[in-house]
Design a protein. Structure first.
Length: 463
């Protein structure tokens, strides 16, 4: 049996293909599906089946396009209410795939329609060897229970406890665990960086599986939930309908510097996808920097929203193509165009370029001791509680879509995150909001700790 995991780091998303005797199944496909077609061709198999473990909220799935290009059937949990041609599956449904067998486990909790897929390679053993757990069970964590329009977090957390203990934890210890997301995904809170595990390992090390009582599990799973990005519910609805093919997206038109200048005056967003250092040296005033080097798509969806129609600023056609694809993966499909000639064209047109200062953690320490600067921490709540700079104000980047932090707009403010990626996004948003004296901290909290500078610790929140 051929089995492969495809890991998309930008979205911390894992999808899968398995095949036997020429027949193939794809599970939880990403928006751009050519990778599965290429893999199938290379291994001489035909994609006949597509499974979605649930209606994904953090990315737009390619199930509809993959089905159109292969003739494959799509299978989903019966509670999904999918509005495209598909087969509803329930607990115990079995699909032979050559010498392999895919068995559906009904595992509501992360969402009402969530399923897991138990895989058996009958050519080797009659016993299951792996389970594809979707967003029900992660490595070190379980799915968050607050992404449903029809069920409360308390209801879903109770379902999740039952699914874990009555279904997944009844499997043999040596069954391999392959989830749909890894560290960095907002579908959970405490995921490890590895790409696979076993039931035994998760039974012993996953904090959520150590909680014995159903009531305590519900309490912990519904407490201190990370901010849910606005686009999550919208992506789930796109996936319920089935997204259009990427080839249907219109061409990205060039926009001149004078045109962009006028558009910015009307409130249009300019999205600069260059590196943070390039942005700091020179950028279009009011533009937002989300660099392609990090979790670009997730942060674009979080801070811009799916209704944003940004003008892209990039250094090359390759950057533009990559940005367009990655935006489409989360459902931002209607970009207005791109700045023709990038920032150099802006300068040549006679418009002023803005800058953003950056400082080391040693300089930040000196400024804090001299009381000449404030410091703003934009990391997420668990990171803040695990340790932070004593003098810091805290406003996680996830909250910037709602409102900027309530701090003095005129006083010097140094912004940091873990390593510098999120803080650069935050700095650009603060500049756009009218903050006059913003500085990015190079290397973020990691650099602060590596320099052995003092850290304020608090009692950690429950995982």
């Amino acid at each position: 049996m051929y089995f492969e995991q495809f890991y998309l780091g930008c979205l911390a998303h894992a999808s899968y293909i398995l095949a036997s005797l020429g027949e193939a199944v794809v599970v939880d496909p990403q928006r751009d599906v050519d990778i599965y077609l290429k893999a199938a061709e290379e291994h001489g198999v035909k994609i006949l089946h597509i499974f979605e473990t649930h209606l994904h909220a953090d990315f737009v799935s390619g199930h509809k396009e993959l089905a159109a290009r292969t003739g494959a059937k799509i299978y989903m949990g019966a509670r999904a209410g999918a509005k495209f041609p598909h087969i509803d599956v329930q607990d115990g449904f079995e699909l032979p795939v050559g010498n392999a067998l895919v068995k559906v486990l009904d595992t509501p909790g992360h969402t009402p329609e969530s399923i897991c897929l138990l895989i058996t390679d009958k050519a080797k053993s009659p016993q299951p060897w792996a389970v594809l757990t979707g967003d029900t069970l992660f490595l070190g964590d379980v799915g968050r229970p607050d992404l449903s329009r029809t069920h409360t977090p308390t209801e879903l957390a109770g379902m999740l406890y039952d699914s874990l203990h009555n279904k997944l934890l009844t499997l043999a210890d040596d069954v391999a665990v392959y989830p749909a997301h890894g560290a960095g995904s907002l579908c959970g809170r405490n995921m490890r960086a590895e790409r696979s595990s076993t039931i035994a390992t998760e039974r012993l090390t996953n904090y959520a599986l150590q909680i014995k009582s159903r009531e305590e599990f519900i309490r912990q799973l519904t407490a201190n939930l990370p901010t849910r990005p606005e686009y999550f519910l919208l992506d789930a609805e796109i996936n319920r309908e089935g997204a259009p093919t990427l080839s249907d997206l219109p061409n990205l038109p060039p926009i001149s510097a004078p045109e962009l200048h006028s558009m910015l005056g009307e409130g249009v967003v300019a999205l600069d996808v260059r590196t943070g250092d390039q942005f700091a040296r020179a950028h279009v005033p009011g533009s937002i920097n989300i660099a392609l080097s990090g979790q670009f798509a997730s942060w674009a969806g979080t801070v811009l929203g799916l209704s944003a129609r940004p003008v892209l600023i990039a250094d090359s056609s390759e950057q533009l193509s990559e940005a367009r694809l990655r935006l489409a993966r989360v459902g931002i499909e209607d970009a207005r165009g791109y700045l023709n000639g990038s920032v150099e064209a802006w300068k040549q047109a006679g418009f002023v370029l803005a800058e953003l200062s950056q400082i080391t953690v040693q300089v930040l320490r000196d400024r804090l001791q001299a009381h000449t600067s404030e410091v703003l921490d934009v990391r997420r709540e668990p990171e803040w509680h695990a340790g932070h700079i004593e003098a810091a104000a805290w406003w996680p980047l996830d909250n910037f879509k709602v409102s900027p932090p309530e701090i003095d707009r005129d006083r010097p403010i140094a912004v940091h995150c873990k390593s510098g990626y999120r803080s650069m996004i935050a700095c650009s948003l603060l500049q756009r909001a009218g903050f006059q004296n913003v500085t990015n901290v190079i290397g973020g909290f990691d650099a602060w700790q590596q320099a052995n500078l003092p850290v304020q610790n608090e009692t950690a929140v429950e995982a």
